[in-house]
Write a protein that binds this ligand. Structure first.
Ligand code: ZN
Length: 198
């Protein structure tokens, strides 16, 4: 069965309030919210926005702690090419791309899928790419306490591309790191590994 957003139990009061606002916005933009094609649009937009910002109600540290295992492995663990979709907090338009995460365990590891979940949670909030990069880093550092963590995010920003502020297809890259990744050699090892197979 296909999971659609219609099957999620939305907080009805929130949906109703958002619907009212989006109906008003349609009018202000010069549309007729009563025409057939737009009748269900405020409800759809309200539910879409609740989906795209669902990360506010989720605790990324709890996700990591739920799958935190003691392990002596102390080589670099890399999760690369994590697809993400977020909304920039300045225009509420999408920015999307890939996140790459590396950490060097210090007695504890986590499930690889949990790293992707952390990216998913932070990206489902209104964001700026720089802060999202930092939050992912801090969440992993504070929960797993590794010898080091590094996060690289590559994204396209629709708010720039659609408004013609930047050349089409330009990619913004941000990175942040702690501990062992302060050494250029360690950062290089990670960067070489995520550049492979491109
Ligand atoms: Zn923007």
């Amino acid at each position: 069965m296909m999971m659609t957003t219609d099957m999620i139990n939305w907080p009805e009061e929130k949906v109703q309030k958002l619907m009212g606002h989006y109906k008003e916005i349609l009018s202000l933009l010069g549309e007729d919210p009563e025409r057939e094609g737009l009748l269900k649009t405020p409800e759809r937009v309200a539910k879409a926005m609740l989906t795209l910002t669902r990360g506010y109600d989720m605790d990324p540290k709890a996700v990591l702690n739920s799958a935190k295992f003691q392990e002596e492995y102390s080589q670099m663990v890399i999760v690369k090419d994590i697809d993400f979709f977020s909304l920039c907090e300045h225009h509420m338009l999408p920015f999307y791309g890939k996140a790459h995460v590396a950490y060097i365990p210090n007695g504890y590891i986590t499930g690889l899928s949990k790293i992707a979940r952390v990216v998913d949670i932070f990206s489902h909030r209104l964001q700026v790419q720089e802060r999202m990069t930092l939050q992912i880093k801090e969440c992993i550092q504070e929960t797993l306490n590794p010898l080091g963590v590094m996060v690289v995010v590559e994204a396209k920003h629709m708010c720039m591309q659609m408004r013609g502020v930047e050349k089409q297809n330009s990619i913004t890259t941000t990175s942040d790191f702690t501990g062992a990744f302060n050494q250029a050699k360690t950062r290089e090892e990670f960067m070489n590994l995520i550049r492979n197979n491109r």
